[in-house]
Design a protein around this ligand. Structure first.
Ligand SMILES: [Zn+2]
Length: 212
């Protein structure tokens, strides 16, 4: 896909996520890897109303090439791209159910959502929790880097998910799967549940060639 088609795709998915209430106000940001840098949604932009010509284009040192000023959360994206050469796109949202889970105490920090469905296992696998850091703290980027080699997605405590994918479509769909699983997890909090067992997860890993 060429750069102008990728710009249009960011706008299309941004509008879709915003219209369905998956991110509110000017929160959330989307990025896509290019041959000569990367595209990121601008600072204070509403994902429901993006302009393809004004997306921030950056180089791998984080310098602006063109477009509006990038999201202040650019470093979250860069940290993940640097560790995951297969990542073609990244979605970061403050989606309600995932953000709610990120505020809970007593989570397993290595894997904070249970394998409730096969689709969650296939799209996210394991979801580590990154400890809380204030917005803009460079230590958050370091913490993400430490986990990104092994995980395509992470959940930032008291904040929300950061999800990579081979394409923007893959990253968006994985983000939505994570949000739906967080919703199920919250719905089932006071109900005895049967998550997938180890044998069922191993079967998925074998049949679908999952690497985690
Ligand atoms: Zn954020």
């Amino acid at each position: 896909m060429n750069e102008s088609a990728l710009r249009e795709e960011i706008v299309r998915f941004g509008r879709s996520l915003f219209d369905r209430g998956l991110t509110a106000g000017s929160t959330g940001n989307i990025s896509v890897r290019l041959d000569d840098g990367w595209l990121l949604t601008p600072t204070n932009a509403c994902l429901g109303n993006l302009d393809p010509a004004r997306l921030a284009k950056l180089d791998w040192q984080g310098r602006s090439i063109s477009g509006d000023a990038p999201s202040k959360e650019a470093f979250l994206h860069r940290s993940l791209y640097e560790e995951r050469q297969d990542a073609g796109a990244i979605v970061h949202l403050h989606s309600t159910h995932s953000a709610a889970v990120s505020c809970m105490s007593g989570l397993d920090h290595a894997n904070c959502l249970p394998p409730l469905t096969a689709y969650f296992v296939m799209k996210i696998s394991r979801l580590p929790l990154v400890p809380y850091y204030r917005p803009g703290d460079p230590a958050l980027g370091v913490a993400i880097k430490g986990l990104a080699g092994k995980h395509s997605a992470v959940l930032l405590a008291n904040h929300g998910p950061v999800v990579s994918g081979s394409s923007l479509e893959a990253a968006v769909y994985a983000t939505e799967e994570l949000e739906e699983t967080a919703k199920l997890f919250l719905l089932l909090r006071n109900t005895a549940t049967s998550p997938l067992n180890n044998a069922q997860i191993e079967e998925l890993k074998t049949v679908f060639k999952l690497d985690f």
